[in-house]
Each structure stands twice: as C-alpha cells, then as structure tokens.
Design a protein around this ligand. Structure first.
Ligand code: ADP
Ligand code: ASP
Ligand code: MG
Length: 472
C-alpha cells in the first residue's frame, strides 16, 4: 500500500465535470488500496476574483465586491447541487461556503472604510477560494462513497509573517501534519486540504505566492514521506515550451528536479518555482498529469539528469520585466557596489531574476518584474548616492518592454558550443540579444530580448528542443 499526495489545480476543480474527474481519479487510488492526500486550488478564476474584490473595496466600490461574492456563491452552490444532489450534508456545506463568503464581504467592508488593504487582510481575503473548493471536493468524494474530510492548511502549514509570499517553518509544520493528518490517514479518510495557504504562529492567514498550491502539495508529500506526488493539471505534463506560445509543444516524458526547478523559475507556469524544494532530499518522485486525460502517463520528475540528445530540452520565457543597468567609469575595482545594489533591490521588495556583468567591470545589469522597477531604481540611487554625486556611477538606467528567454537542459553541462548554437539561432532570426547569463548549474542559459521579439525567439529555440522529443 502506497501513500500518494495528489494536487488538483484550478481548472481541475473549476467545474462540476472537472470535479467528477477528480473524484474518479482519487476513488481509483483508494480502491487500489492506497492512502491518498488531496490538495486543491481554488476554482479557476476564484483567486483573481477575490483579489479583484479587495482592490475594488479599496476604491469603495461596494457593488463590485458584492457582485463578485454573489458570482462565487452561485458557482460553488451550483457545483454542490450537481455533485451532491441528495447528500444529507449538502445544506451544511452550503452554509459553510456562505459563511466564508460573508467573512469575505466583511473584510471588504472593512477595507472600503479604511480605504486601503494591508497584505495581511489581502491574504485573509484571498484564502477563501481554497477554503470553499476544499469543502466542495470533499463533499463530492463522500457522495461518491470515498471517505473524505476538508481541512484548512492554516492548521497544518506554519509560516513567517511575510504575507503574500510566506516562508514555511518546518519543525512546526512537520509536527502539525504528523498530529493532525496521520490520524485521518490511519482511519482511511482522504484529507482534502486547501493549497496555497498557511498561518503565522499567532493565527494570521498567509499565502505562499501565486500558484503556490503546487508548493503546498510538495510540503505535504515531504512531511508525510509520501511515496509519490502527483500534480494534476490541465495539460498532459511538462512540455518543451508553453503550449500557448508554440502549439507544437510536446510533453517531456522525464525531467530532473534541477531542470524543472529552472523551468519553473524562468517562467513555466505549470509548476510553482518552490515545488521541488521539499521533495528533493527525500527523492520523492513527482508526476505532472492531466486531469482531463488520465490515460496519459504525464511527465516524471526525479533526481537523475538524463540529457536529451539535443541538449536543449525546454524553452521558457518571462514577460513584463525590466532590465536595470548600473554603470560608470569609476566602478572599476571598487568593491561593494554590486552588493549594495542588490541589497537595495531586495529592500525594494524585488526578486532578481537574472544578473549579467560585462567583463570590463564598468557595468552590470539585472532583471526584475515590471511592477518593482521604479522602486528598485530609486532605492539603488539612494544607496549609491555618493558614487553618483562623484560621477563614479552614472544614473541607473532602465530598459522596459523586455523579456527573458531561457533554454534549459542538464546536458548543457560539459557540452561545448551550446551557447554558440543558441545565439547563432537568434542571429539568424534577427533577434537582438540585450544581455546574457548562464546559470551556475550550467543547466540553463538565459538572455534578454525586446518583448516584441519574444515569440520569435522562443519558437526558434524551440525548434532545437523539438528535435529530440518523441511525438506521443
Ligand atoms: P493549475 O491550475 O493546474 O495549477 P496552471 O495554469 O497554473 O495550472 O499551469 C498549467 C498551465 O501552464 C498550462 O495550461 C500551460 O498553459 C502553462 N504552461 C506554461 N509553460 C508550460 C510548460 N513548459 N509545460 C506545460 N505547461 C506550461
Ligand atoms: N489559487 C492560487 C492562485 O491562483 C493558488 C494556486 O492555484 O496554486 O494563485
Ligand atoms: Mg498552477
């Protein structure tokens, strides 16, 4: 008998039909004699609606958030009516869903009076999507004869108070999971746990970052030493590139933890970038599979690096980023400028996605998401105020409307000429490369292009990746 943790994403729980597949997949595992932990996202679109409601509340638009709450109410009630038409507990689950939405409206009322939403209130409001979907899925399972119980991860995942992107406190999390999850599993009950959320020691709800349910499921898989983690989504597996950018994208049968880490970090939405961290040391196999095509074996993700023949296995991209350049003749040999720059960027709340330095030491550049650009620029300019005044450093230059494109493959390590091939391809496609960086792991090469060149760059590189992938 195996213990399997399974996560179902937003589309997989986004309609009564999709939840019927979730019930089928889960029920099959239980009937095979396996213990199952289910982790769910909010119904597709719910998280965006909840966030939108909070933004509307800030501007005092009461009608907008009441309307959003009403739509969410109808969607969840409709799912309950269709999935559990005769269940005795249906009314009590409806009542719970309504109570959750009432809390959401109360929060929005408070935000609208204050005229601002703190990250703490936003996290509380946005957590309601997963809280509702977990209850719906658990009832659907019970109705189909699978013993299941909805659980809020607020009582299982302990985090710091970094609202919006909280970090896990492992000892407390492991202890809570052992104490609260194990007894359910021992009784043969399937816990249906909210993804995406946790709580601080003093009980405030936190979130793990957008798309964070993948990470939640890896936390549960690691803490329970699951035999396997399966992430059920709306595509057949991890693909050679984003199928929305290039329809020729193919499913990769196998990807290493390291490769998938790079893929996710550099923009492949299919997995949250932190997903592999908890399962890496325990070497828990991870599979990405399609809820709507369960016959497909999906992608297996494991510890060994199996190079593809073409070396480049996958291509990813990130839009809506800016390139910041710090440069100046007086920078040569002056220690600490880079260090202070990156500290300043961090204090402006920016995640640095890529760094490149010219060998002359006269400048270096790095990439951050657009929404942070101005704060980062100002923060660096004040940290380097003296150097700028002495004209050792010029003003911080910002290049907007750029994108990062990344080629990934563990076979790049020790294979000469990969970078040459990548940039020759860009040249022959007339794509201008603005900056280049290679990961220290030598498992990826990233470069910056103008945003209008993104699609062409991805498609041209993707040609190289496609050469080695079998058509399935
Ligand atoms: P879920 O709601 O199941 O978490 P997401 O929308 O977060 O699903 O992620 C799945 C989506 O990721 C796919 O529908 C696909 O459009 C997108 N995607 C981007 N890059 C890739 C890739 N390399 N492989 C597979 N899917 C990708
Ligand atoms: N519902 C959350 C989001 O949309 C978390 C997730 O789906 O993984 O970001
Ligand atoms: Mg996702």
């Amino acid at each position: 008998m195996a213990l399997i943790t399974m996560k179902f994403g937003g589309t997989s729980v986004g309609s009564p039909e999709a939840i019927t597949s979730v019930v089928g997949i889960t029920g099959d595992e239980v009937r095979r004699g396996n213990s199952v932990i289910v982790v769910v996202s909010a119904m597709s679109g719910a998280t965006d609606m909840l966030l939108g409601s909070v933004r509307e509340a800030v501007t005092g638009n009461r009608w907008a958030y009441l309307n959003a709450a009403q739509k969410l109410r109808e969607r969840h009630e409709e799912a309950l009516n269709l999935l559990a038409p005769a269940a005795p507990s249906r009314e009590s689950v409806k009542h719970e869903v309504n109570a959750i939405l009432d809390q959401h409206i109360e929060l929005c009322n408070a935000v609208s009076i204050l005229g601002e939403a703190t990250p703490r209130i936003t996290d509380a409001a946005v957590s309601f999507g997963e809280r509702m979907s977990a209850r719906v899925v658990a009832l659907a399972l019970r109705t189909a004869g699978v013993e299941a119980q909805a659980l809020d991860a607020t009582q299982l995942i302990a985090t710091d108070a970094n609202f919006g992107s909280a970090s896990v406190h492992w000892p407390e999390t492991n202890a809570a999971i052992e104490a609260k999850l194990q007894p359910l599993l021992d009784k043969g009950i399937v816990p249906v746990i909210t993804g995406f959320i946790g709580a601080t020691a003093d009980g405030h709800v936190t979130t793990l970052g957008r798309g964070g349910s993948d990470y939640s499921s890896a936390i549960f898989a690691a803490a329970t030493a699951s035999d396997e983690l399966i992430i059920w989504t709306d595509v057949d597996g991890v693909m050679t590139t984003d199928p929305r950018i290039d329809r020729r994208a193919r499913v990769l049968p196998y990807v290493s933890y390291q490769e998938v880490g790079e893929l996710a970090f550099y923009g492949a939405k299919v997995l949250h970038p932190k997903t592999v961290q908890p399962i890496l040391n325990r070497q828990i196999p991870l599979r990405v599979r399609n809820t709507f095509n369960p016959a497909h074996p999906g992608t297996l993700i494991g510890p060994t690096n199996e190079p593809a023949e073409t070396v480049i296995k996958a291509v990813t991209s990130i839009r809506s980023v800016s390139l910041l350049t710090v440069g100046g003749k007086g920078m040569i040999g002056v220690p600490g400028i880079a260090g202070r720059t990156f500290l300043a960027a961090a204090s402006a709340g920016a995640n640095i996605l890529m760094i490149a330095q010219a060998s002359s030491e006269q400048s270096f550049c790095f990439v951050v998401m657009d929404d942070r650009t101005l704060q980062v620029k100002h923060s660096i300019e004040s940290a380097l105020e003296e150097e700028i005044e002495r004209q050792d450093v010029d003003l911080v230059e910002v290049l907007e409307d750029v994108a990062i494109v990344t080629a990934i493959g563990s076979g790049m390590r020790g294979t000469p000429g990969v970078a040459g091939r990548v940039f020759t391809t860009m040249g022959s496609n007339r794509v201008n490369v603005v900056a280049i960086a290679q990961g220290a792991s030598e498992c990826s090469i990233s470069f910056v292009v103008a945003e209008h060149d993104l699609k062409q760059a991805v498609v041209a590189l993707h040609d190289l990746a496609l050469e080695a992938v079998p058509v399935t």
